[in-house]
Design a protein around this ligand. Structure first.
Ligand SMILES: NC(=O)c1ccc[n+]([C@@H]2O[C@H](COP(=O)([O-])OP(=O)(O)OC[C@H]3O[C@@H](n4cnc5c(N)ncnc54)[C@H](OP(=O)(O)O)[C@@H]3O)[C@@H](O)[C@H]2O)c1
Length: 273
């Protein structure tokens, strides 16, 4: 891989750029970035990361192995119209990060046979800890899929799924970091309420999250079993969990994921007409 190009220079592009540079997958100047209008943002990306920035699409796309569409779903059509009139080579892979936008829609703007891959990363790409799912379009071969998997593997872990599961993935791991931050917010507030100093509470909570995630990763036990193992009848954990159960927290979490999946589907339908 010699050159990759990002169309869109927002939060997700920045997270992946940071990760790819940290992982030394390719030198920063071989990463090209463009956006719609915000020149200041492009210049900042160049100054901070050393990436090449341009608003000349021909230059951006020339000899680019992977073209990453990183605009909001509402801007999909405009970005695709512009990409559709470019002279893309058949070896150039178009990757879309756009929530809800199907590969069929992407392919409808591109020359017949163009390889397209739909990817759903998350913002933890910034620290090489992204959870990414990848779904192949109609004309993608195994090698191209592996190449894109390797790219996203440098910023965390990447798994292949059928495209019909992408709304579910978006709702779980795409939006997932925000749910965890929400939970952390609540726990931080609770930790102050029970009298802990803000910094100490935060430090204890972060390590508790890291430790619990690592336990789950390294143990053969399920999350339910791990929880049961540390919840003795009449103990402190049991008292806390009883409140979560009474307040139907599990049902709320499931409804949260359902709503995100529905929204992903709606966005796809709204912006892929
Ligand atoms: N953020 C997340 O946690 C997350 C997670 C998974 C997937 N995603 C997906 O990643 C994509 C990008 O999200 P984001 O949060 O990075 O968005 P963002 O911060 O709003 O950035 C969007 C970028 O797209 C550019 N843009 C808009 N229209 C364009 C066009 N026609 N041609 C070229 N560039 C154009 C904008 O340029 P200007 O600033 O010049 O207008 C801006 O740089 C979305 O599709 C989202 O679904 C995001």
């Amino acid at each position: 891989m010699d050159k990759i190009a990002f169309i869109g220079a927002g939060a997700m592009t920045e997270a992946i750029v940071k990760g790819v540079i940290k992982a030394e997958l390719l030198p920063a100047p071989h990463i090209w970035v463009t956006n719609h209008a915000n020149e200041e943002r492009l210049q900042r990306m160049h100054a901070v990361y050393g990436v090449t920035v341009t608003r000349n699409q021909n230059e951006l796309l020339q000899e680019t192995d992977i073209i990453i569409l990183s605009v909001k779903p509402k801007d999909a059509e405009q970005a695709l119209r512009s990409l559709g009139v470019a002279q893309l080579g058949k070896q150039q892979i178009v990757v879309s990060l756009m929530a809800g936008i199907t590969t069929a829609y992407l392919e409808s703007f591109l020359p017949a046979g163009q390889p397209v891959i739909r990817v759903m990363p998350n913002t933890s790409a910034t620290i090489l800890e992204a959870a990414t799912a990848i779904a192949a379009g109609t004309y993608t071969d195994k090698q191209q899929l592996q190449l894109v998997k390797r790219l996203f593997g440098t910023v965390g872990s990447a798994v292949e799924v059928g495209e019909e599961l992408m709304d579910a993935v978006t709702a779980i791991s795409g939006s997932g970091p925000a749910y965890i931050y929400y939970l952390m917010e609540a726990l931080e507030e609770a930790s102050s309420q029970v009298g802990l100093d803000e910094d100490i509470g935060k430090q204890l909570l972060i390590q508790t999250f890291k430790g619990a995630a690592a336990m789950l990763e390294q143990s053969e036990l399920s999350s339910a079993q791990l929880r049961a193992n540390i919840t003795s009848a009449g103990g402190t954990t049991a008292a806390g969990i009883a409140v979560l159960e009474n307040q139907n927290v599990k049902a709320a979490v499931k409804a949260c994921v359902q709503a995100a999946a529905v929204r992903s589907k709606e966005m796809g339908q709204a912006y892929s007409k």
